[in-house]
Design a protein around this ligand. Structure first.
Ligand code: J2J
Length: 542
């Protein structure tokens, strides 16, 4: 399961050799990096979990905790190549667990705290996971009950570990043990480190296989661009399991540089601003709706935000008007980031002129990131024109995990990833995101695959057909609207009933349609297919 090229396509040998020769892939692993930092500066603070009472981890303690937890996982038969679905909020245990798994070469599968039964059961069965790690409760929701239901549906799942009160499951606190001897060899740098979730355009999310070599290159490159060093105090405001707060430059960048990550339980200004002051935060990453909230709340806050040096904003389009207001309001620098869990990450640069920072989404990390902007026929558009963004490079995957049919569509024959984003490239090589060709809704940075929700709504006995589309929203950028055609003779439904039906099927709350509208027919394309384009433009009248 760890052999690159077997469960997922990997880079052809000549590309791998080139990326090594260029010094991009340095033969490091995450477990090795933690070990090296713990040896170099054992007493520096790596991690702060401020709630409910403040806990800190030095580099030495984090390294030791990872070892003991790794030994405990091994003692329970979890080892190299095994998949473990990790669904933890921004708590210290998240770091202990994933660093222990990295160390033994077991693959975390990064679920988000918002995921529910339908998603988690799918991650567990599709990845043949042996274990699932949850908090007891989070944001008023009991994850132990969710774990019980997931376990009933997934016989292959051998363990459920709970951070906190375990209910009927195994307490995570019982897992760590003294390693009997040295731990067995960890993973090789070219092997998979974890499976990350794709935003998704299809009925089920695709899994993204990242290697230690490629991921650590993107992290190191991000650190250089963002100026992350041992003095950086980074606020993990977004869910730590998401690719953006993990690697752009994120908590992993901070760990790489020997700095300090501070976990933010929720990213609203009321929670985050006091932490920024108390923990002397220098850097954070936000999605555009949060950046708007922070910008608006800054004027009235009694909190001292003057330690903030840099705020990264990305995950969805950030309007130039909003971007212009951030620096004066927060008294720090803005950097736009346009990234994707599949790989390619673009940043504006600290020495870009202010107009470039507010009007573009940045340029790639690496000189070896290959960018193509093509028309519908796949032909390169002239410089400055808009088109589909294709990319290939030293930290962009060559295929999703166990998805050969989808890979044939999502990648070109010569290995370029079709991002589904529509962009324009400026003469300086900066990209401006102009739209999207993929069937996805970007709800303030949270991605929704309409097909996934349509499949759920279709299961309702009164529903004949459904189409889920994006509608513009001043705050979130986009919200979701479900156009529903009822069966002839069916009892009329209320929008709330459709929403409840989706929620009760067990999906993340952000995927429940914001709006539901009943129609007699969808606009048709020439070949009788539902025209999403027309639906979107009628949705724009809302
Ligand atoms: C417009 N669209 C954007 C931006 C992402 C850093 C930052 C973000 C992500 C992320 C990430 C955008 N403007 N600034 O992984 O490391 C949309 C695009 C893209 C998709 C990827 C990172 N930044 N997007 O958002 O895998 O459509 O990663 O293809 O969740 O988000 O989504 P995701």
């Amino acid at each position: 399961t760890l052999t690159p090229g077997v469960d997922a396509p990997t880079w052809p040998a000549e590309f791998a050799a080139r990326y090594r020769a260029a010094g991009h892939w340095r033969g490091e692993t995450v477990g090795g990096v933690l070990r090296a930092r713990a040896a170099a500066h054992p007493d520096r603070i790596a991690l702060v979990d401020p709630a409910p009472e403040r806990r800190t981890w030095t580099y030495r303690r984090l390294d030791e905790r990872a070892d003991r937890l790794a030994a405990g996982f091994l003692a329970r038969g979890i080892g190299r190549g095994d998949r473990v679905v990790v669904q933890l909020p921004n708590v210290g245990e998240f770091f202990e667990v994933v660093l222990a798994l990295f160390r033994i070469g077991a693959l975390p599968v990064f679920a988000l705290p918002a995921h529910r039964e339908t998603e988690v059961a799918y991650f567990c069965s599709f990845t043949e996971a042996v274990a699932y790690v949850v908090p007891d409760t989070h944001a008023g929701f009991d994850h132990r009950e969710l774990a019980t239901r997931v376990r009933e549906r997934t016989p292959g799942l051998r363990h459920v570990f709970v951070a906190g009160d375990p209910g009927g499951h195994t307490p995570l606190s019982e897992v760590p043990c003294d390693p009997a001897g040295p731990l067995p060899d960890g993973p090789e740098p070219h092997e998979l480190a974890f499976l990350q979730l794709s935003g998704g355009t299809t009925g089920v999310p695709k899994l993204i296989p990242r290697t230690h070599d490629d991921y650590l290159y993107s992290v190191r490159g991000s650190n250089e661009i963002c100026g992350v060093d041992a003095g950086t105090r980074f606020l993990v405001a977004l869910p730590a399991a998401h690719n953006f707060p993990m690697s752009s430059p994120g908590w992993l960048g901070v760990l790489y540089a020997g700095g300090t990550s501070v976990l933010c339980p929720t990213p609203d200004p009321a929670t985050a601003f006091p932490l920024v002051e108390r923990e002397r935060i220098t850097m954070t990453g936000l999605v555009p709706p949060l950046a708007l909230l922070w910008t608006e709340a800054a004027a009235g806050t009694p909190c001292d935000l003057s330690g903030l040096e840099l705020v990264l904003v990305g995950g969805a389009k950030y309007s130039a008007e909003a971007a212009r207001r951030l620096e004066p309001a927060l008294g720090c620098r803005l950097m736009q980031v346009f990234g994707m869990a599949e790989g390619l990450v673009n940043y504006t640069r600290l020495d870009d002129d202010p107009e470039t920072v507010v009007t573009t989404q940045g340029r790639p990390i690496s000189p070896d990131d290959e960018i193509r902007v093509v028309d519908d026929a796949g032909q390169d558009v002239p410089d400055g024109g808009s088109g589909h963004l294709l990319t290939r490079g030293p930290y962009t995957i060559r295929g999703y995990w166990r998805a050969p049919e989808h890979n044939a569509r999502a990648f070109t024959e010569d290995g370029f990833y079709r991002t589904g984003d529509l962009v324009r490239r400026t003469p300086t090589g900066h990209l401006v995101v102009e739209g999207r060709a993929k069937d996805q809704i970007n709800r303030g940075g949270e991605k929704i695959a309409p097909e996934e929700i349509e499949n759920i709504v279709l299961a309702h006995p009164s529903v004949h057909d459904v189409s889920v589309v994006a509608v513009a929203d001043a705050y979130l950028g986009e919200r979701s609207l479900a156009y529903v055609i009822l069966r002839r003779g069916a009892e009329p439904l209320k929008p709330a009933a459709v929403k409840r039906f989706v929620r009760e099927r067990g999906v993340a709350a952000y995927k429940v349609p914001d709006l539901v509208e009943f129609v007699d027919a969808f606009p048709q394309t020439g070949v009788g297919k539902v025209s999403k384009k027309q639906l979107r433009s009628s949705a724009e009248q809302h």
